[in-house]
Ligand binder design. Structure first.
Ligand code: EPU
Length: 417
């Protein structure tokens, strides 16, 4: 298993180009199931979750080719299976994103229930309820969700709780359903309108994506398209904190500052200087950091996917920062590892109290999930001496060559095979 070795306290300086969004590319690849024609996706990050999706789609019968320069060609001319098996779903929950499109295309889907993971129970009951409203019969048996439908028809679906992949799954099921579907209390994360834009390029009729109400008028068939996936806001946010925590000066290009408003505002409140341009950001650290509370919320609130990285930064801020995790019930696994590096953190239910500023010292730490791993890398960049982050396969699921990108701006970081 690969590890990362980081020698901390190097000041980071330079420019990093942000890659495409993993959480946009995943549903975009699943959308290839909705048409017999070719889909060409650009700006796809070559991270492990994308390779897992390639494996899954190939098992279903989709031709998938990766070109150089982050382009992926997908063609689901004919499908040979309607099943997402346990061994793939257990490594990547987002496999559940094939449920909606398979049902729309084949009127049948069998997908392993994802089960819980390191950050929470993460049920898919809202995906299932929505599909039932569209006319599917859904059974769960032997650890699988099995959905069938004579035909899908439009319906009004009011989500009890905001769900990102739930909104995406239902949008993909509804585009080929007969009649109008209205999704209420839909997720507004930028990945949702991005998927809607792709589906519209394929011929779908969707209004309101990016707002809580999405209206979809079903069409009989979709066609191929060429589409560029949006920039990864979490990768950008992670590098913003890398600049802040090292007192560096980093420019991030090919990103969308508009998708990071809450994170930028919070970092400014904590004393970090950030300049924004249309598609770039510049972060300058070095000033005194002060603690600023954070409550994770659905977009446009502060993203749960940035909470762990923010906690690493708060160890370097003076005062007590209260961090409330509202989206997932178990997303503080990084706290105990940060404490092993010298952080002063107390967990109290959904709240973490981070008292700073504490000097961090390098240590051997274990990554428990994707964003927790990023948090430990950030702490390592600020720590005295060497930090070894173990189990970085979590990191490789969502960050493309993070060590190379950080090294290019002066970090002392290497991958140990
Ligand atoms: N929920 C339910 N029932 C459902 C669906 C969700 O109770 O049927 C609950 C979840 O348990 C959670 C909350 O609703 O408490 C929100 O979960 P959501 O469904 O929005 O999460 P997701 O769609 O499974 C996506 C991202 C996550 C990100 C969350 C929240 C993808 C592939 N994943 O997950 O990304 O944290 O939205 O923004 O888009 C990551 O990239 O590290 C990551 C975990």
């Amino acid at each position: 298993m690969d590890k990362l070795r980081i020698i901390g306290r190097a000041k980071l300086n330079g420019t990093i180009r942000i890659g495409g969004s993993k959480n946009s590319a995943l549903p975009a690849m699943a959308a290839s199931l909705l048409t017999e024609d070719e889909l060409l996706l650009k700006n796809v990050p070559f991270v492990n979750d994308i390779y897992t999706t390639r494996r899954l789609l190939r098992e279903l019968g989709v031709e998938v080719d990766f070109d150089a320069d982050h382009m992926v060609r997908l063609r689901a001319a004919s499908l040979q299976s309607y099943e997402a098996p346990y061994d793939l779903v257990k490594t990547m929950r987002a496999s559940v994103l094939v449920l909606g499109p398979l049902l729309a295309r084949l009127k049948r889907a069998r997908v392993s229930l994802p089960g819980g993971c390191a950050i929470g129970a993460r049920p898919i009951d809202l995906h299932i309820k929505g599909l039932q409203k569209l006319g599917a019969e859904v059974r769960t048996e032997h650890g699988y969700v099995e959905a069938t439908a004579q035909k899908l028809h439009g319906a009004q679906i009011i989500f009890d709780k905001i769900t990102v992949t739930g909104t995406e799954n239902l949008m993909m099921a509804a585009v080929l359903a007969e009649g109008q579907t209205i999704l209420e209390n839909a997720a507004r994360e930028p990945e949702v309108p991005d998927l809607a834009d792709l589906l519209k390029a394929m011929g779908a009729r969707i209004e309101g994506a990016g707002t809580p109400t999405i209206v979809i008028d079903g069409v009989p068939a979709l066609k191929g398209a060429s589409y560029t996936v949006i920039a990864d806001r979490v990768e950008a946010g992670t590098f913003l904190i890398a600049g802040a925590i090292t007192g560096g000066d980093i420019e991030l290009t090919a990103c969308n500052p508009g998708h990071l408003t809450s994170v930028i505002e919070k970092l400014r409140e904590a004393g970090v200087s950030i300049d924004t341009d249309q598609a770039s950001l510049r972060v300058k650290g070095g000033g005194a950091l002060v603690s600023a509370y954070v409550v994770t919320k659905e977009h446009p609130g502060f993203a749960t996917d940035m909470q762990a990285q923010y906690m690493a930064l708060m160890t370097q801020a003076s005062g007590i920062a209260v961090i409330t995790e509202n989206i997932f019930e178990n997303r503080f696994m990084h706290a105990s590892e940060l404490m092993r590096m010298g952080a002063n953190i107390r967990i109290d239910g959904p709240r973490a109290l981070v008292a700073g500023k504490t000097g961090l010292s390098g240590a051997n730490v274990i990554a428990s999930d994707l964003r927790a791993s990023a948090s430990l890398v950030l702490a390592g960049l600020a720590a005295d001496g060497a930090t070894i982050v173990d189990r970085i396969y979590h990191l490789d699921r969502g960050y493309e060559r993070i060590e190379e990108k950080l090294r290019s701006v002066g970090a002392q970081i290497e991958r140990l095979k």
